[in-house]
Design a protein around this ligand. Structure first.
Ligand SMILES: Nc1nc2c(ncn2[C@@H]2O[C@H](COP(=O)(O)OP(=O)(O)O)[C@@H](O)[C@H]2O)c(=O)[nH]1
Ligand SMILES: [Mg+2]
Length: 196
């Protein structure tokens, strides 16, 4: 999959700012620092489409990326960092509820987890939202380059069982560092977009 013209449409603070668009949407979420921005850059083969680095919790914005007028990639701010205030947690929850309840063109959810760690309660909450709203779901285990060969199967199994993934909910090993898993991510996104 070669991406020709990806661009950020808007960083939306609330539902009034969501783009006026009919493109199907793929939502991407994960803990902050998990490697989500790197993943967006890796699969689109761009260096700076998404901002990589440390801005934990500063932004409560949904970033809408137009991918070749084919679909919208919706980047959810990273959750689960240590110093989140209660107010910010509530705002985040409300923003996501608004999105899941109101946005008709939502198609699928990609949850990004760190291959080395057990998924968090926040990951599970996001997944429950997706299942409840009948969205397609896939999990991407990134930073695979940080695992020893002997650890790989055990770590993937732990993610699968913690999230209770079914046969229809793929788990994709990925590494931005090693450019691993790009084709499988596109395959899963294509499947989600075809499923109308
Ligand atoms: N080793 C390794 N490091 C990664 C990988 N993906 C991201 N990182 C690093 O993890 C940190 C957080 O990445 P970022 O993409 O900003 O995470 P985000 O907060 O989820 O958007 C950065 O220092 C990245 O260089 C990966 O696949 N392998
Ligand atoms: Mg990021």
């Amino acid at each position: 999959m070669e991406v020709k013209n990806p661009y950020l449409v808007i960083s939306a603070p609330d539902s009034k700012s969501w783009p006026d668009s009919v493109l199907p949407e793929i939502v991407m979420a994960g803990r902050s620092n998990v490697g989500k921005s790197s993943l967006i850059n890796t699969i689109t083969r761009r260096k700076n489409l998404a901002y990589v680095g440390n801005t934990p919790g500063k932004t409560r914005l949904l970033n809408f990326f137009n991918i070749d007028d084919r679909f919208m990639l919706v980047d959810v701010p990273g959750y689960g960092y240590a110093n989140a205030s209660k107010k910010m947690l509530i705002q985040f929850g409300e923003m996501m509820e608004d999105y899941f309840e109101q946005r008709k063109q939502k198609k699928g959810l990609l949850i990004i987890v760190d291959a080395r760690h057990k998924p968090s309660e926040d990951d599970i909450t996001m997944i429950e939202y997706a299942r409840y709203h009948h969205m397609r779901l896939a999990v991407i285990a990134t930073k695979m380059d940080k695992l020893k060969r002997s650890e790989i199967q055990k770590c993937l199994d732990k993610i699968k069982t913690t999230l209770q993934l079914s046969e229809e909910e793929p788990l994709i090993p990925f590494s931005s560092e090693k450019k691993q898993g790009i084709d499988r991510v596109w395959q899963v996104i294509d499947d989600m977009l075809e499923d109308r």
